[in-house]
Write a protein that binds this ligand. Structure first.
Ligand SMILES: *Cc1c(COP(=O)(O)O)cnc(C)c1O
Length: 382
């Protein structure tokens, strides 16, 4: 059928175009290209939208997570708890600090950290916990806070721009929040990230850490009245500054965030309704406490009832022009971590199941009504 031949629905596609392109003209023409007024404007808009006092732009969610741990003084001898099913960098940043990654299992229904398992992993060495709001669904933060007590919580909200839990936006739920603007995420600046916090001291510290440890910003240095001033460097810092080119794109994108989420929510609800009778495909479910950010729509294939294995189903869909992906990977099953900590896949059964049976189907803001109908039709006919 020609319909099948023509279709090619990618798993994800960013919405960028003329407006974003136009926005980069100003920094390019002015010559102020690194962190400056556009980054500041983006930070302000991001902080307002996520109801936090401070937002600090950086180069990625990975560098945001790294700085968050540095600011919390995570170092050798410390442990940081991370869900076993997440993007690899949630764990890598712990090693960047010389600390030990302690995995906690996830709930394969929400794909988020299982608070009961988290409770078992806490020790006297636990210096921080990184709950991940995977695919745009916030972790159960009240329960996690109750278990964590005074241990700082670093939200990995890489997928969760615009999401909320009990009315509070992601990024305002923990000690520090981290976001990503990679093209696979809800809004993009190419690469990019954001730190959020309500803590003035941490904000000041992270502001210096992202800029080589300098006590004053590039803008203050070059636009201030005292040309002889050089910053003090009292800390070991990094260069994790976002450019104003990216900031300009971010200003345009953040204003579209709620519209993007609204559209994706509508189509996610359509999927869930249309697919509810497929007994082999579990669609996302969550309570009314959660405002989902719908970075992606991740299902779970029950192979005991499915017409084929998860991988075969993914191949069949690809042949019909529908891209799918595993939700993400189980980090404890990746060679590096498996060997480093001598872990078995079955040590974290929830993460293992999610690794083997999760399947993201296309959900993005460039899909048409026909695309969504087509995905549903093909899934039903398998
Ligand atoms: C994408 C992602 C990251 C990494 O984000 P980058 O901006 O690419 O560094 C980290 N954690 C999670 C959960 C992610 O989905």
């Amino acid at each position: 059928m020609s319909l099948v031949e023509k279709r090619n629905i990618p798993i994800s596609l960013p919405v960028t175009g003329l407006e974003e392109w136009e926005a980069t003209k100003e920094p390019l023409m002015s010559g102020w290209i690194t962190s400056g007024p556009k980054v500041r404007e983006f930070e302000q808009l991001f902080a307002e939208r996520h109801q936090v006092k401070h937002a600090l732009a950086v180069t990625s969610a990975t560098t945001a997570l790294h700085l968050a741990l540095v600011a919390l003084e995570v170092g050798p001898g410390d442990e940081v708890i991370v869900p076993a099913f997440t993007w690899v960098s949630t764990a890598n940043v712990v090693l960047y600090c010389g600390a030990k990654v302690v995995f906690a299992d996830i709930d394969p229904f929400t794909f988020n950290i299982d608070p009961k398992d988290l409770a078992k992993r806490i020790s006297s060495k636990t210096k921080a916990i990184i709950p991940v709001h995977l695919f745009g669904l916030c972790a159960d933060m009240d329960e996690i806070k109750r278990i964590a007590g005074n241990i700082p919580l670093v939200e990995d909200g890489a997928c969760a721009a615009g999401a909320a839990y009990k009315g509070t936006p992601a990024g305002a739920l923990g000690t520090i929040g981290c976001f990503s603007f990679h093209p696979r995420k809800s809004v993009t600046t190419g690469e990019g990230g954001m730190l959020t916090t309500n803590d003035d001291h941490l904000a000041e510290l992270m502001g210096m850490l992202r800029n080589h440890g300098a006590s004053i910003s590039e803008e203050q240095r070059h636009h201030g009245p005292k040309p002889y001033i050089l910053p003090d460097f009292n800390l070991l810092g990094y260069n994790y500054r976002m450019t104003d080119l990216q900031g300009a794109v971010g200003v345009v994108q953040i204003k579209k965030l709620d519209q993007f989420i609204q559209e994706r929510s509508k189509w996610a609800a359509y999927y869930s309704d249309q697919l509810k009778d497929l007994d082999w495909l579990r669609t996302p479910s969550f309570g009314s406490d959660y405002h989902h950010g719908w970075q992606s729509y991740v299902t779970f294939v029950d192979e005991s009832k499915a017409p084929a294995s998860r991988n075969q189903i993914m191949e069949l869909l690809q042949e019909r022009g529908i891209s799918t992906r595993p939700g993400t990977h189980a980090v404890h099953m990746l060679n590096f971590y498996k060997e480093k900590y001598q872990i078995q896949p079955s040590d974290f059964p929830g993460a293992q199941a999610a690794n083997d049976f999760s399947m993201a189907i296309p959900l993005h803001n460039r899909m048409s009504e026909e695309d969504f109908n087509y995905v549903v039709q093909v899934l039903k006919e398998l």
